[in-house]
Ligand binder design. Structure first.
Ligand code: DC
Length: 226
């Protein structure tokens, strides 16, 4: 069994890179951001006041977040059994996820699900606090980053390709706002683990980034990888 933790700010390419590396190495890829997005979606749908701790806990007591993998190996997420994989991929849900992820009750709610997943199989798990909080004993830890401008450019391209009408400036503002939220919250802030390898992909193509991640993992956990 091997556990790989990949953390970093939004838009660093974590999910694309981690997914491709997992495929090459025969590991399960776990996108934990999708779990926070699903909780954010639930709160948005219920119109929950996020400043009201009891109201948040109330919603958490009524929801079940689960995930599985389709034939292509893509992760699907479910809210009380409903597939919400596409609905959580909007700029609004990005912001909701960032907001709910600052709440301790939400982080506690998702912790066991993440840890249990890594106990049952070999994983590459991506998020913000995987190497620091969720899997502090992970075999390999990578902190993946890129400059805010590069990250915003990549995300803007992605959203435009999906047919969403957003300007580069809007996306850049979102990226900066989320960076600030994610790294300044009190609980489990976005932070490089002391024993994580730092990988800045600003000057890299996607292929080169994947190659580097695979190389780091193979080097750090040679006997556990196929
Ligand atoms: O990776 P993503 O953009 O889908 O994540 C959405 C939000 O969820 C992000 O703003 C921070 C939060 N998040 C978190 O706090 N901890 C994680 N392990 C994963 C995501």
């Amino acid at each position: 069994m091997v556990a790989v933790a990949i953390d970093g700010p939004s838009g660093a390419g974590k999910s694309t890179i981690a997914k491709a590396a997992a495929k090459q190495l025969g590991l399960i890829y776990v996108d934990t951001g999708a779990l926070y997005r699903t909780v954010g979606y639930a709160m948005a749908r219920e119109g929950t006041n996020l400043d009201d701790e009891d109201a948040v806990k109330q919603v958490l007591s009524r929801i079940r977040v689960t995930f599985s993998y389709d034939e292509q190996g893509s992760q699907r997420v479910y809210l009380n059994g409903e597939d919400v994989s596409e609905k959580i991929r909007t700029p609004e849900m990005s912001m909701m996820a960032s907001r709910v992820s600052a709440l301790s009750s939400v982080r506690v709610f998702l912790l066991d699900l993440q840890r249990d997943t890594a106990k049952r199989q070999s994983v590459i798990m991506d998020g913000r606090d995987i190497g620091t909080v969720v899997l502090p004993d992970a075999d390999v830890k990578i902190f993946l980053t890129a400059s805010p401008q590069i990250r915003a450019k990549r995300r803007h391209q992605e959203l435009v390709e999906k047919g969403q009408q957003v300007t580069f400036e809007e996306v850049l503002n979102d990226v900066l706002q989320r960076d600030y939220n994610d790294s300044h919250r009190e609980i489990a802030p976005l932070k490089q683990a002391d024993d994580a390898v730092l990988l800045d992909t600003s000057g890299y193509t996607l292929e080169k980034s994947i190659e580097e991640v695979v190389r780091i993992i193979k080097e750090a956990a040679p006997c556990s990888i196929k």
